[in-house]
Design a protein. Structure first.
Length: 67
């Protein structure tokens, strides 16, 4: 899913994001506002993982929502 698709579908995706990554707070979700790089950054902070690991997780997760 490219950046534009991610941003455009954010309202539909944010529930799935919270389901996938339970450590993200409502505040985290609001601050992401459909920005993939912000989601990656929040995952790094909350899970203590590298940027590459967070990007890999987002990529694997987003495959489910590609059309």
């Amino acid at each position: 899913m490219n950046t534009e698709q991610f941003e455009g579908n954010w309202k539909h995706l944010k529930g799935s994001v919270q389901e996938q990554w339970g450590r993200l707070t409502d505040d985290d979700i609001q601050k992401v506002v459909g920005k993939r790089d912000k989601l990656v950054g929040r995952l790094q902070e909350r899970y203590g993982i590298t940027r590459q690991a967070a990007e890999d997780e987002v990529n694997q997760w987003s495959v489910k929502y590609e059309q």
